[in-house]
Design a protein. Structure first.
Length: 126
């Protein structure tokens, strides 16, 4: 098995940076992971307005996208991605894939989605 295939085979988890309702639903669906391994304690961050700082969101994004090798997809509420939009839009790695999802109180806006922006640029639909 090549080293690229080995690296991809480690990526088996979903991670989430989301509001309380979204994280609860994802945990009930079995997405959550809790570990004693240093740096891999959880694969989710619950963002609570007024309590969770932008720095906490940015640190979780950094941890899930660059410091962990077991995450295949990062789910992030679009309104939370807006808090660190420059980081989300600047992310270019294939893994983990970043998917912006709606939340109960914030509908999905395709005009803000970083992946759709990249696809439009690729096909020249600015």
């Amino acid at each position: 098995m090549s080293s690229a295939n080995e690296a991809m085979s480690k990526r088996t988890l979903l991670a989430a940076i989301a509001d309380e309702d979204s994280v609860t639903g994802l945990l009930l669906a079995g997405v959550g992971q809790i570990s004693n391994e240093e740096g891999k304690e959880t694969n989710f961050l619950t963002v609570i307005p007024g309590k969770t700082s932008v720095e906490d969101v940015e640190e979780a994004f950094e941890r899930f996208t660059t410091k962990r090798d077991d995450i295949a997809i990062l789910l992030i509420n679009q309104h939370i991605a807006d808090l660190i939009r420059y980081r989300v839009d600047g992310y270019t790695n294939a893994f983990p894939a970043i998917l912006e999802i709606p939340s109960k109180d914030h509908p999905y806006d395709p005009e803000k989605d970083s992946i759709l922006k990249k696809v439009r640029r690729l096909f020249g639909d600015n």
